[in-house]
Design a protein around this ligand. Structure first.
Ligand code: 5MM
Length: 343
């Protein structure tokens, strides 16, 4: 694949008012979410749930790309149709999570380093053959209580950049996801400070590793107060802090930024994304990149809670999934409002 094809794919992923659906929970994460709802933690239950998602009527109206997990990209619908084929037929670009998880970092208590670089070139080749056109790697950074350390930021930034370079060499668009976690009582200002520092280091490494910025997507956290921080800023304050932070550090060559939801409720994630777009319509706005979404929980959670492993709940769960996806589509146009939640 040539560079122009990669650039075109990256632009398509963030074009118009669509966004990405992260459905790349590893088996352990998926099983934990199933266990909470009493759903069997089996390969068949995970397959059935992913079939529910990819066959949701109209999903391609709101979703440009779906991020899959290794198990899912090899699975089929009950009728034998490969998920990848079903996704493409729905007008959605298939993607794949390629990191092998965030592991305890040696010498850095309470911090994680994301692994998966060994053998990555061969795995990317196989995923491309299966049909993936983009990939995703997530680094996890804890904020507050003396964290993060310089060592953790630098090691994760370098791994993200080496992954991104390998993706582009292999013909896949890298989605670069450095996540500053919401866990803790840190303030919004602390999250902004850490997010800015992390993104600076990530773009420094992307430059060092010769990654083509035009052919990648950034998947960052929004700038938010910690979950247990006493002061929780308003939707507009979060939107302003997030956009201000990104303007300082994300080069204009990057075609798009697709936020993770990170544990926000679906409604709040939509409202905050919407507020960024309402502001971007003002005459003084100067956003150089598309602002999209790449949510997992903020799109899937209500559907999962309705489904609970019951075949008779599939239609209602699909309606809930479509609803959240369309709320985020509306947010990308700056047209989301709370009344949409009462429909
Ligand atoms: C932060 O997690 C990513 C986005 O999900 P949310 O919108 O729910 O925050 C998500 O793509 C994540 O990377 C995958 O679900 C894989 O997670 P695990 O922990 O299973 O590797």
């Amino acid at each position: 694949m040539n560079a122009q094809e990669l650039i075109d794919t990256a632009r398509t992923l963030v074009a118009g008012d669509k966004g990405l659906l992260a459905m790349d929970e590893s088996n352990s994460t998926c099983n934990k979410r199933f266990a909470k709802l009493g759903i069997p933690q089996t390969e068949e239950a995970r397959r059935a749930y992913r079939e529910l998602i990819v066959t949701t009527p109209g999903l391609g109206e709101c979703i440009s790309g779906a991020i899959l997990y290794d198990e899912t990209i090899r699975q089929q619908k009950k009728d034998g149709t490969p998920f990848v084929k079903a996704i493409i037929e729905a007008g959605i670009i298939p993607g794949i999570k390629v990191d092998t998880g965030a592991k305890d970092m040696a010498g850095h208590p309470r911090e994680k380093i994301t692994e998966g670089l060994d053998g990555l070139r061969d795995r990317l080749k196989e995923y491309l053959e299966i049909g993936a056109r983009f990939a995703k790697w997530r680094a996890v950074i804890a904020a507050g209580d003396g964290l993060p350390s310089r060592g953790c930021i630098e090691a994760n930034a370098q791994a993200l950049a080496r992954y991104a370079a390998l993706c582009q060499e292999s013909g896949l668009v890298p989605v670069v996801e450095p996540e500053v976690l919401m866990d803790g009582d840190h303030t919004l200002e602390r999250c902004r400070e850490v997010t800015e520092e992390v993104l600076r280091r990530v773009f420094d490494q992307l430059y060092t590793q010769r990654v083509t910025l035009e052919a990648m997507i950034l998947k960052p956290n929004m700038v938010l107060p910690g979950l247990t921080c006493a002061k929780q800023e308003t939707v507009d304050e979060v939107a302003d802090a997030t956009v201000r932070c990104l303007l300082r550090v994300v080069p204009a060559a990057v075609p798009g930024i697709a936020f993770l939801s990170g544990g926000q409720s679906g409604e709040l994630a939509s409202a905050r994304l919407n507020a960024m777009h309402v502001r971007s319509k003002s005459p003084n706005s100067r956003l150089p990149w598309a602002l999209a979404f790449s949510f997992a929980r903020a799109i899937q959670q209500p559907a999962l809670e309705i489904w609970r492993g019951e075949e008779s709940h599939i239609l209602a769960a699909q309606q809930a999934l479509y609803h959240r996806a369309s709320c985020n589509r509306a947010a990308r146009r700056g047209e989301y409002n709370a009344a949409m939640e009462r429909i």
